[in-house]
Design a binder for this molecule. Structure first.
Ligand code: AHM
Ligand code: MG
Length: 348
């Protein structure tokens, strides 16, 4: 991974940088027969991310925290930020002619492409604003997206286009609205991060070819649920908290880190290593996170960076979804650390 700190503050970064658009375009040119469809779709997703970012940054000022039904200073109906993000993504991508259907964590059913627009060969699955319960307390939130090629024929896509294994994703990515706004994506051959320069309104390459360390020092899980876990998982958490002696007599200790916003917890895990877990428990036997909008895209990115992702026994990317809003336990991060938690789960 290349941290380009030498670029210095944003104005310098923009003058020297590789934009997200150019990055995707250059890769498209390297693929014989590529039509530019994917590049077009990606540009629209990046535009949506910038619009959502701008609203997230104004959230307090614009009085858009809280519930729908409120009026802003102009007397207009105020949307909740996650409803706003849903709307922005749909409006940004529906007209491009690249998609045949969409599905979102915020919508009960598949989202068709309006009749007035052409359709295309891709399918977009997304979580418009993940971690939205954290908005009111100024904690990082994010957008997650997953792109598949359609498997049905005809003008409109269908549920079958959305219910594909994670391994058949063409691309996946997320945007973190954190201390800076970063878009991370992968098409399966490398993972790249782009930081938004707000003065230019453009994403610039800042994290090239991210590789997750094979082992990390951080474990990330909501231990508030630990009484609901299996004994094996509780033993794993205890093991994570047990200092290990080093050869030189010093002690190694892990750090516990849990933001409660998947994008933030995953982003840290990807860059620094370690494991993020949202297990099944007695209250939620299938876990909390959604396979299509959360687990599968993060698993795709993590594997492309050299890490792994499991539901405890299976590779996340091998799971055939049976329904749109299916949930799954998720253990994702450094390869060795995911293997350790799988071992504890196996031992029960
Ligand atoms: P959301 O999609 O409703 O925002 O919920 C998903 C979020 C994830 O971002 C995060 O990892 C998890 O829920 C946190 O759950 P908990 O508060 O139970 O620890
Ligand atoms: Mg979510």
């Amino acid at each position: 991974m290349m941290y380009q700190h030498s670029w210095g503050p944003p104005p310098t970064m923009s003058s020297q940088g590789m934009t997200l658009d150019r990055h995707i375009l250059e890769r498209q040119r390297a693929i014989p027969g590529a039509t530019g469809d994917f590049t077009g779709l990606f540009q629209q997703i990046a535009l949506a991310a910038k619009i959502i970012n701008s609203r997230v940054r104004q959230a307090g000022l614009a009085g858009i925290l809280g519930l729908t039904g409120e009026k802003n200073v102009q007397g207009e109906e105020v949307q909740k930020l996650d409803a706003f993000a849903q709307n922005v993504i749909e409006r940004s991508v529906e007209a491009g002619g690249h998609l045949c259907v969409m599905a979102s964590e915020e919508a009960d059913d598949v989202i068709p492409i309006p009749e007035k627009y052409p359709t295309g060969k891709y399918v977009l699955l997304f979580d418009p604003l993940d971690g939205s319960s954290n908005i009111d307390v100024d904690i990082s939130i994010g957008t997650i997206f997953s792109i598949h090629r359609r498997v049905t024929v005809g003008r409109n896509g269908a549920l079958a286009d959305c219910l594909q294994r994670g391994s058949s994703q063409v691309a996946a990515g997320y945007v973190i609205y954190g201390s800076s706004t970063v878009l991370v994506y992968s098409t399966g051959d490398g993972v790249h991060g782009f930081t938004l320069d707000p003065s230019v309104g453009e994403f610039f390459l800042s994290h090239e070819n991210i590789k997750i360390p094979a082992r990390g020092k951080t474990f990330s899980v909501n231990e508030g649920n630990s009484q609901l876990w299996t004994p094996g998982l509780r033993r794993w958490a205890e093991a994570m908290k047990t200092p290990k002696p080093n050869a030189d007599g010093s002690m190694s200790v892990n750090s516990a880190r849990y933001v409660g916003s998947l994008v933030a917890d995953f982003h840290r895990t990807l860059l620094k290593g370690g494991v993020f877990a949202y297990p099944a428990d007695a209250k939620s036997p299938s876990g909390k996170l959604r396979l299509l909008y959360e687990a599968a895209p993060m698993a795709f990115i993590c594997e492309a960076a050299g890490g792994s992702a499991s539901d405890g026994t299976r590779r996340i990317l091998d799971i055939q979804p049976a329904k749109l809003h299916e949930r799954t336990p998720l253990y994702v991060g450094s390869r060795d650390d995911v293997a350790v938690v799988e071992r504890y789960l196996r031992e029960g």
